[in-house]
Ligand binder design. Structure first.
Ligand code: 58G
Length: 249
């Protein structure tokens, strides 16, 4: 069973996530355990202070060092754990990073607040610093939950259908194909006829064509630098032909 411990001043935020959807079901089925440690419980003063002023002055506060360090130590527990801090200064988290993190039995994710944490904690108590994108958030909880979500859904038995994690966006570095459900005509728009044909080889080919075509249109940076295979090049050529037919004259 994989463990995820989030260090947070707002545990209720993480508990809602833990108890909901696929992640919630994985926790119920004993596939994962998600818990929180609140630095506030490791404060010593009557007011339970968790922030402190920055040396050098300036606006904003820094997370108080001692309660955070105690919380990390408690979260680690006795066994081995990988301690992660979420910040815009970290390495960009991508789908390709998920497999290694999924193989770690215990991740401790430190969700910062205020202006962040003391640099000496970063050096001594944190193993890896990750960013989920080039933007600044008010707390690390959403990035921590984002990482747990991306990891948990790849665990064997996490999804009802074993195939869906394999086939979705970014498997093979391609975007996903479009999806359709009932009704057959929605607001005058029909489902692509091939999907109603029952011809599974044709459906697979159409979906792969859509994945390659959409990746070429929206995220050309993802296409293999060594070029596409002959089959995929033909699918892309057909996609571009269909595009011209539908938009141009
Ligand atoms: C600026 C930078 C102010 C992760 C960091 C405060 C965490 C974005 C990401 C911080 C985060 C991301 C305190 C609040 C970290 C600390 C946290 N923002 N892009 N904010 O992954």
């Amino acid at each position: 069973m994989n463990r995820y411990t989030v260090i947070t001043l707002f545990p209720e935020l993480v508990h809602a996530f833990r108890d909901t959807g696929i992640v919630g079901r994985c926790q119920q089925r004993g596939l994962v355990a998600i818990d929180t440690v609140n630095p506030r419980t490791y404060t010593q003063d009557r007011r339970a202070t968790v922030d402190d002023t920055p040396y050098g002055g300036g606006p904003g506060m820094v997370m108080m060092a001692a309660p955070l360090r105690a919380a990390i130590a408690a979260a680690r527990g006795a066994g081995p754990a990988l301690v992660i801090y979420l910040s815009p200064q970290g390495r960009r988290f991508q789908q390709r990073d998920v497999a290694r993190l999924a193989s770690c039995p215990h991740l401790v994710l430190v969700a910062g607040r205020y202006e962040g944490i003391d640099e000496r904690l970063l050096a001594r108590d944190i193993d890896e610093e990750w960013s989920v994108g080039d933007f600044v958030l008010s707390g690390g909880e959403v990035p921590a939950m984002l990482m747990i979500d991306a990891i948990v859904r790849t665990l064997p038995d996490a999804l009802g259908d074993a195939r869906s994690a394999q086939e979705d966006s970014f498997s093979e570095d391609l975007l996903d194909h479009p999806h359709y459900t009932r009704p057959e005509i929605l607001d005058g728009e029909a489902v692509p006829p091939v999907l109603l044909s029952g011809h599974h080889a044709a459906i697979d080919a159409w979906r792969r064509q859509q994945r390659i075509g959409r990746t070429w249109q929206r995220r050309p940076d993802l296409l293999p630098s060594g070029g596409l295979s002959v089959t995929d090049l033909a699918l892309l050529a057909a996609y571009r032909r269909d595009l011209e037919e539908s938009s141009g004259d």
